[in-house]
Design a protein around this ligand. Structure first.
Ligand SMILES: *[C@@H]1O[C@H](CO)[C@@H](O)[C@H](O)[C@H]1NC(C)=O
Ligand SMILES: *[C@@H]1O[C@H](CO)[C@@H](O)[C@H](O)[C@H]1NC(C)=O
Ligand SMILES: *[C@@H]1O[C@H](CO)[C@@H](O)[C@H](O)[C@H]1NC(C)=O
Ligand SMILES: *[C@@H]1O[C@H](CO)[C@@H](O)[C@H](O)[C@H]1NC(C)=O
Ligand SMILES: *[C@@H]1O[C@H](CO)[C@@H](O)[C@H](O)[C@H]1NC(C)=O
Length: 305
């Protein structure tokens, strides 16, 4: 399925923007930005999630596709990244951050590029988030596709693209959300017998967008994640009943959020208080996505059945 939409849908007024985007010629580029066709293998049944619109990026590094991202140009951050889980090996690569040249220059080479030392091309800065956006902000760089869920050094290094990153509070990134990434790692490595597809994305604030300090990069209210593992070991331990073939979660990124979606554990350590993650079924996740995006959002083809 091809997606030529280019403008991310904030819950308000998507139509006028997509007309503008079309006039500006976005999405006409072939290759890695503007079309998921070259990297459909990262989606269960080659079927990208439905209901969210943005700019597809096939994330290429050292001439191979590594994962797929639906990017929002107006938010300068991703809606979701989709990847195949693999058991990790080796050390976490050093954080060497990269950008996507085709967001600024559609005819550029599609491989992600390391940020050069020194001043950046203003067209690159205009087209996406850059290191400076995070300096002196109160947010860390939160991977949607984490390096932990990959085996090869190149696959892990490829997750260090800022197009795969959203502003995430340290209390979430180093707390309950990291724990979720560990749990998914242990669960899939122990009980998934075939391919495991993962999609991890964001939920925007319902009314007013929150931005990083300089009003360039939108901050999500929640992160969500879901996996689909159609072939699994059905002798599951009791605590994992109901977590296959598919399972999901939503994590808080703001202690001030209300508790309807994810309740707060009041006895958690203060550093992590208010950043809870709630595990839930895929149906429940899709219900919350539908409510927030005002449209049906389908993460996996036929609920990964
Ligand atoms: C960050 O804050 C420090 C201390 O307030 C300041 O010296 C520095 O210039 C700031 N850096 C940027 C990139 O804003
Ligand atoms: C990830 O899973 C692998 C394989 O089960 C395990 O060896 C490793 O300790 C796990 N890492 C984390 C951080 O959970
Ligand atoms: C399935 O899991 C059980 C333990 O829960 C283990 O004994 C068995 O070897 C596993 N089967 C496969 C095919 O991995
Ligand atoms: C939460 O609310 C307090 C008080 O209004 C404010 O100072 C703080 O910045 C808010 N936190 C976030 C993450 O928005
Ligand atoms: C709340 O946090 C405390 C301290 O981290 C933990 O022991 C407890 O299990 C948590 N409760 C729930 C319901 O998760």
């Amino acid at each position: 399925m091809r997606q030529h939409g280019t403008v991310a849908m904030s819950p308000a007024a998507p139509l006028a923007l997509s007309v503008l985007a079309f006039a500006a010629g976005w999405g006409l580029g072939v290759a890695d930005v503007g079309d998921f066709a070259p990297c459909l293998r990262f989606f269960y049944r080659s079927w990208p999630p439905k209901g969210l619109s943005g700019t597809p990026i096939c994330q290429r590094y050292v001439n191979q596709y590594r994962y797929a991202t639906l990017y929002s140009r107006p938010r300068r951050s991703p809606w979701f990244s989709a990847y195949l889980y693999e058991a990790p090996a080796g050390k976490r690569p050093s954080a060497c951050w990269k950008f996507e040249p085709q967001l600024a220059y559609p005819a550029a080479d599609g491989n992600m590029v390391r940020f050069p030392p020194g001043p950046l091309d203003p067209k690159v800065v205009e087209s996406q988030e850059v290191d400076l956006d995070y300096i002196n902000s109160s947010y860390s760089r939160g991977h949607l596709n984490p390096s932990l869920h990959h085996t090869s050094h190149e696959d892990r290094a490829a997750t260090f693209s800022l197009t795969n990153v959203v502003p995430q509070k340290v209390g979430s990134n180093d707390g309950p959300w990291e724990k979720l990434e560990w749990t998914v790692n242990r669960t899939l490595s122990a009980y998934c017998l075939g391919d495991a597809y993962v999609v991890t994305g964001v939920i925007p604030y319902r009314t007013e967008e929150h931005w990083l300090k300089n009003h360039r990069v939108a901050v999500p209210e929640y992160l969500w994640s879901a996996y689909c593992c159609p072939r699994y070991n059905s002798s599951l331990p009791k605590e994992l009943k109901g977590t296959f073939p598919t399972y999901a979660a939503i994590g808080r990124n703001d202690p001030n959020s209300t508790e309807e979606i994810v309740p707060v554990n009041k006895t958690a350590k203060s550093k992590f208080r208010g950043y809870d993650v709630r595990r839930m079924s895929l149906q429940t996740l899709e219900m919350y996505l539908k409510d927030r995006f005002n449209t049906v959002v389908t993460v996996f083809y036929q609920l990964c059945s």
